[in-house]
Write a protein that binds this ligand. Sequence first.
Ligand code: SF4
Length: 321
Amino acid sequence: MKTTHSLISPSSFERRKLCPGSLNAEKDLPNVTSKYSEIGTMLHDRTNRYITKGDSDNWKEGLTTAQIEAVEKSGNYFFKLLQSIKGEYKVFHEQSFDLSFIHPEMKKGTVDSLILNDKEVHVIDYKFGHRFRVYAQDNYQLLLYYLGAIYNKENIAFLQNKDYVIYLHIVAPFMNNSVWCLTESEKEFYSDISIYREIAEKCYIENAPRIASKKGCQFCKAKATCPALANTVPEIRKPVDFLFDSDIAKIYENKELISLYLKSVEEYIKNRLESGSFLDYRLQPKLGNRKWADDAESYLSDSLGNDAFEVTKKLIGITKA
Ligand code: SF4
């Protein structure tokens, strides 16, 4: 499914910071959602319903046992946190806050859950991925949700003259949770709007540089068309023992970027197959010696989306799942 998104948003901000040229690189490329990301969106919705709709069990409809447990874990994390709050508080779920004060192109950020209190501010983001660990420390997505919340007119009045501590939470029921409690100096540094403005403005400079990095390129849509990422793949036609040590080290140190380039090759072939053909390749599960159960394809496809298939026509192996 193709969707449209703001070119600069809390979820893409880290990439824009690491690679200012990524905004221009991605601007004309469609957002293609996978089945996997659609499941993540659905679990966000179910978590919101679990937290906000009282005793009703409707939110469980159609979910697997693992998904029900994940939603309960996420919601219960929020409830436990809320129980620990003393005194007056404000709570928000799936709440959008204006962020255009940072850059006119950055319209808003929608926080999953937020608790404001005179002593504590908690920003919570639920993540339902199975593969990539996300950390709360230095997480610009959470920091922008925090800024959106504290610069909201009503919240400014609520938090006025309050010396609160900021807690940023990643709640990841299929992985590990992560919490960052900002120190006084971190709070001062990260509450300064000018650092975010500077990052955003750099992305709109003509010919903003493209800088390849594992974190920046990981979810960039421009991987397959990006010369900066392609440049990380060395042009070598020699066996390793014919290379200088410095060349071997350069390849080794770039191995994660080279893997991302290879991933972009795989995605490119998949896209070609989905929209027509690519040589004689086919996207088709193929069982190996250790056989998957008959329903493995649909289970893995539900859990991993496109990652459940390799472009060499087979379902991923048992050890890789
Ligand atoms: S693939 Fe990497 S280097 Fe290229 S635009 Fe995207 S983030 Fe930047």
